[in-house]
Design a protein around this ligand. Structure first.
Ligand SMILES: Cc1cc2nc3c(=O)[nH]c(=O)nc-3n(C[C@H](O)[C@H](O)[C@H](O)COP(=O)(O)OP(=O)(O)OC[C@H]3O[C@@H](n4cnc5c(N)ncnc54)[C@H](O)[C@@H]3O)c2cc1C
Length: 385
């Protein structure tokens, strides 16, 4: 009998994670990517790389927690930009009210089994001497970390033997178990996995008028980031302001918040912004706001030399939850996307869930919340990196 064959569209961190999980279950995998290599374009190339478990919706927390656990198993710890750098996250409170909010987050995280502890102002500066002295305190989540997503994606693929990778090849149409390439070639498979990021729903054949497609859209949420020169690594933790979550839920307005990620290359990645409905070039005004916000928490950061700044588009769904499951009404074509600002964290867990469903195994996590056929929520949402 022929081996179970899966075509995966998209070699970002999610598509490659799916390849890894499916090969482990004995599938034959063909990976089709429009770009010249794995993880070199799309959100994987643009993201920060914070592996984060934070207070929020319980199902999303479980997906992040499983993702973080899997990254820590998959990658060697603290081995530069090809491993898992266990920086921890430090959420920063500007005043007592925010500190109170972080205490509530700590209690909810504890009940979900996540190690975390609050840090008083005096201890905060022992942990991170570069922080502003007027902060009220923080919440430390010690097992969060940092990965360099393009490198980790390439590494995972190189370790996943037997994948047939076709780079520089664009898919133009997807049917149920059927893929058409831009040169007109048609390919059939036992299963097709669409992991094409922001264009997740673009090529589905004959689905334009389906009610589920009208309601389950993929919306871009632009983010601005900048990277400092080497020798500027003045932080050990990934530091984020406590108010960050508010901006992450925004629908219409622009939101800017301090999120600074230390890289093992002795650099800092400065972020971040959110502008719903767009994905454009770097806007110097928005970038200045991002850096000013970082300056509020880490004085002097705006004087560090910036090597590069860029934007990326987070792929958000209407209800803020990813899509992991079959195209509604189809049996052989599966969606895995819509991770907004958490796709690097969640990629292995989402891939595991998808592979378990394709192979009709018992699932580690509940698949229900992510099913593309779920009742669409009509108010837009979304969540953060
Ligand atoms: C500014 C920013 C900061 C972020 N920070 C974080 C963070 O700190 N932590 C975190 O967990 N997440 C973060 N994210 C989110 C994370 O980067 C994404 O959720 C994740 O990378 C999505 O991966 P993906 O593989 O689904 O999509 P992508 O990386 O976009 O990959 C999709 C791939 O599909 C290919 N493709 C598309 N269409 C076709 C086609 N028709 N034919 C063939 N190939 C096709 C593309 O070329 C691309 O390579 C951030 C995102 C942004 C934009």
């Amino acid at each position: 009998m022929d081996r179970h064959h899966v075509i995966i569209i998209g070699a970002g961190i999610v598509g490659v994670s799916c390849a890894h999980q499916l090969i482990q279950r004995g599938s034959r995998v063909t990976l089709i990517e429009a770009g010249p290599g794995p993880g070199v374009q799309g959100a994987t190339a643009a993201g920060m790389g914070h592996i984060v478990v934070n207070d929020g919706e319980p199902e999303i927390l479980k997906l992040c927690l499983r993702g973080r656990e899997m990254w820590r198993q998959l990658l060697d710890e603290n081995v530069g930009d090809r491993g898992y750098w266990n920086t921890g996250t430090l959420w920063l409170a500007e005043d007592e009210e925010q500190m109170h909010g972080l205490e509530g987050a700590r209690d909810r995280l504890h009940s979900a089994g996540v190690d975390s502890h609050t840090v008083q102002a005096s201890e905060l500066f022992d942990l991170e001497p570069a922080l502003n002295r007027d902060l009220a305190g923080g919440l430390r989540i010690p097992h969060d970390g940092v990965v360099y997503a393009p490198k980790v994606t390439a590494r995972l693929l190189s370790q996943t033997t037997e994948v047939e990778s076709r780079f520089g090849t664009r898919v133009t149409r997807v049917g149920d178990g059927l893929v058409t390439l831009e040169d007109g070639t048609e390919m059939k498979a036992d299963a097709v996995v669409i992991a094409s990021g922001i264009s997740l729903l673009d090529n589905l054949a004959g689905e334009e008028d389906s009610p589920w497609k009208q309601n389950l859209k993929i919306l871009p949420r632009e983010g601005h980031l900048a990277i400092t020169a080497r020798g500027t690594g003045i932080l050990r933790h990934h530091v984020v302001e406590a108010g960050y979550q508010k901006g992450a839920h925004g629908v219409v307005e622009e939101a800017v918040a301090c999120a600074i990620l230390p890289r093992p290359t002795d650099q800092l990645c400065l972020g971040s912004s959110r502008r719903p409905g767009r994905a454009g070039a770097v806007d110097p005004g928005v970038l200045k706001k991002v850096i000013d916000r970082c300056e509020r928490f880490v004085p002097g950061v705006r004087r560090l030399p910036i090597l590069r700044s860029w934007t990326g588009a987070r792929a958000a769904t209407m209800d803020g939850k990813p899509l992991i499951g079959p195209v509604p009404g189809w049996n052989r074509t599966w969606l895995v996307g819509g991770f907004e600002g958490l796709g690097i964290t969640q990629a292995p867990a989402a891939a595991e869930l998808l592979a378990q469903r394709i192979h009709a195994e018992t699932c580690t996590l509940d698949a229900g919340p992510w099913d593309p056929g779920r009742m669409p929520a009509l108010s837009a949402g979304g969540r953060s990196d």
